[in-house]
Design a protein around this ligand. Structure first.
Ligand SMILES: Cc1cc2nc3c(=O)[nH]c(=O)nc-3n(C[C@H](O)[C@H](O)[C@H](O)COP(=O)(O)OP(=O)(O)OC[C@H]3O[C@@H](n4cnc5c(N)ncnc54)[C@H](O)[C@@H]3O)c2cc1C
Length: 414
C-alpha cells in the first residue's frame, strides 16, 4: 500500500500550516482582486525554503552550462528541470495543500514555475542567469505562453505567432491569449514558429520558446480577464508587434531536431498536466472532509443527514474518487522520479482527477444545501476553480484523444 514517508508527511504538515496561516485569510482579498497574489507567492517561496531550493537548482544548471561553454548547444537540462526537488511527491503535496485552500493560487505558482523550468531546461547560460534564476527564486514573475486566439487545442498546428531571425536578432509578431500571470509577469516564455531567415519556407519554421522580458519594445499585455473562477490567478493576453530580442533568447537550438514539433513545449505541457492532478486532489480531499463533517453534524427529520442513503452514497462515491486520485498522483510522482512520465499517464491522471474534482465539488455543495451555495464556505470557489482543470493544459477531449492514440499505437506495435 502506498504511504507517505516521514519527510513527505512533515512537508505536507508544514505546507498545510503555512496555507492556514498565510493563504486562507487572504483568499477573499485575492478573489475580489483587492490583493495580487505575487507578494504572497514570494513569501511562500521564502518561508518554505522553495526559493533557496529552486535557486540552488538553477545555479547548478548554470555551472554546467558555463563549463560546457555554451548553453544553447549543450542539450537538454538535467532532471533538475523535471521537478521541484529530488522527490516529485513533494511538489504534488505542495500543490495539493495549496489547492485545498486556493487552486487559483496554485495556478499562479505553476505558471511561474513552468516559465522558469522551460528556460532552465534548455536556455543559454545568460538567459538562465538573467531570467530563470530570479523567476525560480520568486523575485520575478514568469508566464508560459502557448495558446493563441486561433490556436487552442491545436496549439502547434494552428500557431500563427512568428519569430524571424535577422542576423543576431529575433523579431516576434503575433498574439497569445488565456495566459496565466500575463498581466503582471516580468519574464515570458513565448512559443512561436521560428524562421532561421525571412525567406524560410513554412515547413522550416519549428515551434520554439523565446524569452521576452517586460519592457521590451513591441511587447504589450492586456488587463486581467474576467473569469468564472480562478479569480486569484490573473489571466491575460500578450501582443507582439515587431518585438526584437537577442537571438540568444531562443530556448533550445534551432538546428537540432527541426522536425520535432515543439518537443520542449510538449515536455512542459506534460509537466503541467502532471501537476494538475495534485491540485484536483487538493479540491477532492477538502470537499470530502468538509462534506463528511457536515453530513454527520447537520440534522433534518430528527437525525444527521449522513443517515439518509441519498447523502451517504454521495459520500461513498466521493471517497472512491479520493482514493483513485491519490493513487494516480502517487503513480505520477513515481513515474517522474523514474523518468517514466509519458503523455498517456499524464493525460489519464489529468482527465480523471479534473472530472472528479468537478463532480465531487458539486456533490459537496449539494450535501451542504443552501450553505454550500454561500461564498462564506470554500466549496463554491473550489467548484468554480475545479472547472478550469477540464480546460486548461488541454481540454478533457484532448486528453481522451491522447489516451486513445497511445493505446491504438500500442496495439499496432504488438
Ligand atoms: C484560466 C486559464 C488559464 C490558462 N493559462 C494558460 C497559460 O498559462 N498558458 C497557455 O499557453 N494557455 C493557457 N490557457 C489556455 C488553455 O490551455 C486553452 O484554453 C485550452 O487548451 C483550450 O483551448 P481553447 O480555449 O482555444 O479551446 P478550443 O481548442 O477552441 O476548444 C473548444 C472545444 O472544442 C473541443 N475540441 C477542439 N478540438 C477537438 C477535437 N479534435 N476533438 C474533440 N473536441 C475538440 C475542445 O475540447 C473544447 O471543448 C489557460 C486557460 C484558462 C481558462
Amino acid at each position: 500500500m502506498f504511504q507517505l514517508d516521514d519527510t513527505q508527511r512533515a512537508f505536507e504538515s508544514a505546507v498545510r500550516a503555512w496555507c492556514k496561516k498565510e493563504l486562507a485569510p487572504n483568499v477573499p482579498a485575492l478573489e475580489s482582486g483587492e490583493l495580487l497574489p505575487y507578494e504572497l507567492l514570494r513569501k511562500l517561496g521564502l518561508d518554505l525554503g522553495l526559493a533557496e531550493l529552486l535557486g540552488q537548482m538553477a545555479e547548478r544548471r548554470l555551472g554546467v552550462l558555463r563549463s560546457a561553454g555554451s548553453g544553447a548547444e549543450s542539450g537538454r537540462g538535467n532532471s533538475a528541470g523535471a521537478s521541484l526537488a529530488d522527490d516529485p511527491m513533494l511538489t504534488s503535496l505542495l500543490l495539493k495543500e495549496i489547492s485545498r485552500v486556493s487552486p487559483g493560487f496554485g495556478m499562479v505558482f505553476i505558471a511561474t514555475l513552468g516559465c522558469g523550468m522551460a528556460i532552465l531546461g534548455q536556455g543559454s547560460a545568460e538567459t538562465v542567469e538573467r531570467c530563470a534564476l530570479p523567476v525560480l527564486r520568486f523575485e520575478k514573475i514568469g508566464a508560459w505562453a502557448l495558446t493563441e486566439p486561433g490556436a487552442g487545442s491545436d496549439a502547434f498546428g494552428s500557431m500563427r505567432t512568428t519569430a524571424v531571425l535577422e542576423r543576431d536578432t529575433l523579431v516576434l509578431n503575433g498574439q497569445k491569449t488565456f495566459i496565466s500571470n500575463a498581466p503582471y509577469a516580468d519574464v515570458f516564455a513565448i512559443y512561436a514558429r521560428v524562421a532561421g531567415s525571412p525567406d524560410a519556407s513554412p515547413d522550416d519554421r519549428p515551434v520554439r520558446a523565446i524569452v521576452v522580458e517586460r519592457g521590451t519594445p513591441g511587447l504589450d499585455t492586456g488587463p486581467p480577464m474576467r473569469k468564472m473562477g480562478m479569480h486569484d490567478s490573473p489571466t491575460g493576453e500578450i501582443f507582439l508587434r515587431d518585438c526584437r530580442v537577442p537571438a540568444g533568447n531562443l530556448i533550445g537550438s534551432l538546428a537540432a531536431s527541426r522536425n520535432a514539433r515543439g518537443a520542449a513545449a510538449l515536455d512542459t505541457l506534460n509537466q503541467e498536466r502532471a501537476a494538475m492532478p495534485a491540485m484536483c486532489l487538493g479540491i477532492i480531499e477538502r470537499c470530502v472532509e468538509e462534506s463528511t463533517r457536515y453530513a454527520a453534524e447537520r440534522e433534518q427529520f430528527g437525525r444527521p443527514i449522513a443517515e439518509f442513503q441519498g447523502v451517504s452514497f454521495k459520500l461513498a462515491r466521493m471517497e472512491l474518487a479520493l482514493e483513485n486520485a491519490r493513487n494516480l498522483v502517487a503513480k505520477l510522482a513515481w513515474a517522474q522520479r523514474e523518468g517514466r512520465l509519458d503523455a498517456r499517464l499524464a493525460a489519464l491522471a489529468k482527465l480523471y482527477c479534473s472530472e472528479q474534482a468537478v463532480r465531487v465539488s458539486l456533490d459537496a455543495i449539494q450535501i451542504h444545501g443552501g450553505a454550500g451555495y454561500l461564498a462564506e464556505l470554500p466549496l463554491e470557489k473550489l467548484m468554480r476553480d475545479a472547472k478550469m482543470f477540464e480546460i486548461g493544459g488541454g481540454t478533457s477531449e484532448m486528453q481522451l484523444q491522447t489516451i486513445a492514440r497511445s493505446i491504438l499505437e500500442r496495439s499496432h506495435q504488438g
